[in-house]
Design a protein around this ligand. Structure first.
Ligand SMILES: Nc1ncnc2c1ncn2[C@@H]1O[C@H](COP(=O)(O)OP(=O)(O)O)[C@@H](O)[C@H]1O
Ligand SMILES: [Mg+2]
Length: 230
């Protein structure tokens, strides 16, 4: 039996632009099982980041219901949502979003400090995470002393440090060359083989092909099934 960890029903997102209302999501239904590697594939402007922000509890839908780990997100308090964002979602962004004045080690350590993990345990955990992403020898480098691919691997180490329920990646290879992008996908495969659930948002058909399942998004609507025109 597969375990459902995410369910969306009839999710819409309306943006008010003066007198106009723009529907960025138009009734999205989506379920994801624990251990899945899902790609959400769509062109620029199709609603991918809007969807990611709702999945990551960074934004709320205008209509519809969203359950994460069986809990209706609309019923959660702001402080509980903050905890979910911190501990249950591992965010990975196109632009890495590392703190420039902190070393790789310190960047990965930060969510563990928020979590309340003690110093010794933290050190072990950070080292383990950086080893896992192949950066044991770069722990004390600053982001500007790392290549793009290495920076993204630091961001991935940071994202998995708290052992989140979902890894949520928005165009994780968007700022990387093709070869480096595929190396990041190799790492995603490893993490998925360990049982981690990954939701990856991308406009790149080749990158989406790494996922176990692809859903398409176009003009705020999701379609699932055969990929006709890849
Ligand atoms: N804050 C906002 N206000 C108004 N329109 C927005 C806002 N954010 C996104 N949009 C619009 O919603 C659509 C989907 O945007 P987005 O989710 O960022 O798409 P994608 O990530 O697929 O490129 C776009 O047409 C965009 O212009
Ligand atoms: Mg986007």
């Amino acid at each position: 039996m597969s375990e459902e960890i995410l369910r969306m029903e009839g999710i819409t997102k309306a943006y008010e632009l003066g007198e106009e209302t723009f529907l960025a999501l138009k009734g999205v239904d989506l379920t994801v099982d624990r251990g899945e590697f899902l790609a959400v594939l769509g062109p620029s402007g199709s609603g991918k980041s809007t969807l990611m922000n709702i999945i990551g509890c960074l934004d709320v839908p205008t209509e519809g219901n969203y359950w994460l780990s069986g809990r209706l997100i609309a019923d959660e308090t702001e402080s509980e949502l903050a905890r979910i964002r911190r501990e249950e979602i591992g965010f990975i962004f196109q632009s890495f979003q590392l703190l420039q004045r902190q070393t790789a080690f310190e960047n990965v350590e930060l969510p563990l400090i928020y979590w309340g993990m003690g110093e010794r345990e933290r050190k072990n955990r950070v080292e383990e995470m950086l080893e896992k992403v192949g950066l044991a020898d770069k722990m004390f480098n600053y982001p500007n002393q790392l290549s793009g691919g290495q920076q993204q691997r630091v961001a991935i180490a940071r994202a998995i440090a708290t052992n989140p329920t979902i890894l949520l990646a928005d165009e994780p290879t968007g700022a990387l060359d093709q070869k480096t992008g595929h190396q990041v996908m190799d790492l995603f495969h490893e993490l998925n083989d360990e049982g981690r659930t990954i939701i990856m948002i991308t406009h790149d058909v080749k990158i989406a092909g790494h996922a176990g399942r692809i859903v398409r998004i176009l003009d705020g609507e999701i379609s699932e099934g055969v990929v006709e025109d890849a």
